[in-house]
Design a protein around this ligand. Sequence first.
Ligand code: R1P
Ligand code: MN
Ligand code: MN
Length: 406
Amino acid sequence: MARAFLFVLDSFGVGGAPDAASYGDEGADTLGHIAEFCAAGAADRAGLRAGPLQLPNMSALGLIEIARMASGNLPAGMEMPERLFGLHGAASEISRGKDTPSGHWEIAGVPVRFDWGYFPTEGDAFPEALVEELCARADLPGILGNCHASGTEIIERFGEDHIRSGKPICYTSSDSVFQVAAHETHFGLDRLYALCALLRDLLDPLNIGRVIARPFTGEKPGRFQRTGNRKDYSVPPPEPTLLDRLVTAGRTVHAVGKIGDIFAHQGTPREIKASGNEALMAAALRAMEEAQDGDLVFTNFVDFDMVYGHRRDVPGYAAALEQFDLWLPDVYRKLGPEDMVILTADHGCDPTWRGTDHTRERVPIMAFGPSIRSRNIGIRSTYADIGETVAAHLGLAPGPHGRSFL
Ligand SMILES: O=P(O)(O)O[C@H]1O[C@H](CO)[C@@H](O)[C@H]1O
Ligand SMILES: [Mn+2]
Ligand SMILES: [Mn+2]
C-alpha cells in the first residue's frame, strides 16, 4: 500500500486568485514578486544569497509552468528545466478567509464557507467587555496594544512597558486572530498559555478562529526575540477532515510542526514539534522513515510566512525557498515505489506587498513519486482537490468536497 507526504510551504502563493480584488490584493504574487526582485538584483544580501531565484528542483516539478498558469506571468530570471517530473497545477481557495486554518482545512477537504469574526482596524481592536472580563478572570492590571499590529514591531514598542507593568501585549491582524505577546520569564510561559486557553473560551461566541501565544525573551528594544514556544489555539474544523477520516480508517497521521495546533488536535494522533524550517524538514524526513503503509505525514513549514512573509523580507524569503529546494532530493530518496509527495501552500504572503498581512492568491500543487507520471492538472477550483487526491491515493472513500486529480 501507498503512503502520502503533504508539505505545506506556509504562504507560498503563486498569484492570480480570481477574487483577489475583494481582499485589496489584486496583483499580489508571492513567487512572482520574489523572482522579480531577485532577477533585478534587489534581493541580494551579503552572506545569504544573490542573483536570480534558483529553484531547480521545484522548477523540474513544474513551478514555472504553474506560475504561468496561475498568474499569467513567467517568474523573472528562473531557468526553464529540460524536462518535468510529476503532476503540476495550481488551486484557488473557496474558503472566505485567507488565514492558515482556512487554508489547511480546505487542503484537508473541508472548505470554510462561514465568515469568521474579525476585529476592527479603527479604535480599540477588542471589545471593552471582553477586556474587562479577561482582566478580572486572569487577574491582570490591564492590557497593552489592543490594535492591529505586526508581532515583531509591537514587542519593540511595548516590550519594556510589559515587563514593568505585567500587562500582556494583545494585538490582531487581518486574520481572525487574537494574539498575546508576553515575556517568557517575567510574565511566565505557563501563565501565558493559561491566559490563551481562557481567551479561547471567551472568544468562541465571537467566532474568532485562533488565539496565538507569542512568548518572547530579551530585556530591551533591539534585543527582544520571539521564541519557538509559540502556541496556537484554534477552533476545531467544522466537519471531519481528511485527518479524521484517516484515523477512523485505522491509519496514523504524523502531524509535524504546527499541524496539530491548526487542526485543534483532531485527527492528529502523533504530533511532532520542531522550530524552524531546517528542524521541521529533519523531523519530516524522520517521520517519513517511520510512517507505515496507508499513513500520512503532514508538515507545515511556517518560516516562509512567519519569519519572511509577514516581515516583508524578500531576500530572506528567497533564501528560504532556495534552501528548501535543495532538500527535495533527500525527500525523494525516502520514497517507496507507491509513495506520493505533494508540495503546496495555504495562502499568499507577498513580501513586496503593502502592510504585513497575508495576500489572497492561488497556491501551487506539485505532486511526485516514483510511480507518478508527469502531467498538467490545470487550475483546480478548490484546495480540497489536494485532500481528495491524498484520500484516493491512500484508498479512502471520496469525501463531500473536491475531486482527486489522480
Ligand atoms: O505579525 P505576527 O505576530 O507574526 O502575526 C502574523 O501571524 C499570524 C498567524 O499567521 C497572522 O495573523 C499575522 O498577524
Ligand atoms: Mn499560513
Ligand atoms: Mn501568517
